[in-house]
Design a protein around this ligand. Structure first.
Ligand code: HEC
Length: 201
């Protein structure tokens, strides 16, 4: 375009460039955010800290403890887990034992027989001559007195129903009765003979 400029018809036809209108936040939004921040600060300051860590959790510690002595809790004790933790090292996970050293629990007359006898073996242990499935062992089985009635019952029920064993389950009351009947005993049974003598078999 040459000097002097003249508005061409094309120029006058153009619209002005649009520009962004001034649109502030709606007034209630910053107020609402401000109110929330203030409420948050108030909540943090006002909430007792260093106090009860169970804030909001109304259960008592007692309610959370396992009920070991509760007979109905027997089913909840994991007999298989106890076996793995306490017995499998000697008697093996398969329950087959180690020939000549640790007797088998599979089919053993002591396991599938009278639960009274099994309970006493577990409560006090046994050492000396013990015949299992026609083989005489001469080892030392430790006492598991420290386990609760429910734990021993679950353990016994587990042994009696594993590896093809099919004897009935044992209730914690049964273990409790044997524990009370033999409360005086502080040493393991002296072999099969000692166990049978005590039971009058
Ligand atoms: C330190 C190794 C050891 C551990 C652990 C052990 N036992 Fe024994 N157990 C033995 C020995 C050894 C005998 C044989 C005792 C004897 O010869 O007088 C035996 C005998 C037995 C018997 C009677 C014989 C039979 O085979 O039926 C039973 C039942 C039994 N144990 C169950 C258990 C259970 C259940 C546990 C776990 C709570 C356990 N044992 C943990 C070593 C052990």
């Amino acid at each position: 375009m040459k000097w002097p400029f003249r508005a061409s018809s094309a120029h006058t036809r153009e619209q002005v460039d649009p520009d962004e209108a001034d649109r502030p936040l709606p007034w209630f939004l910053p107020m609402f955010i401000g109110a929330m921040v203030m409420w948050g600060a108030y909540y943090i300051v006002e909430t007792p800290s260093g106090g009860d860590s169970l804030l909001g959790d109304q259960r008592s510690l007692e309610a959370l403890m396992p009920k070991a002595e509760d007979p109905s809790g027997a089913a909840k004790v994991d007999g298989a887990g106890l076996f793995g933790a306490k017995c499998a090292a000697c008697h093996q996970a398969s329950g087959a034992g180690v020939p000549g050293v640790f007797p088998p629990l599979v089919n053993s007359e002591w396991v599938i027989g009278d639960p009274k006898v099994l309970a006493r073996i577990l409560l006090h242990g046994i050492s000396g001559e013990l015949s299992v499935l026609g083989t005489v062992y001469k080892g030392a089985m430790p006492s598991f007195k420290s386990l609760s009635d429910a734990e021993l019952a679950a353990l016994m029920s587990h042994l009696r129903s594993q590896w093809g064993n099919s004897a009935g389950p044992v209730q914690p009351e049964r273990v409790k009765a044997e524990r009370e009947a033999t409360a005086e005993r502080s040493a393991p049974y002296e072999g099969e003979a000692g166990l049978k003598a005590e039971l009058g078999l």
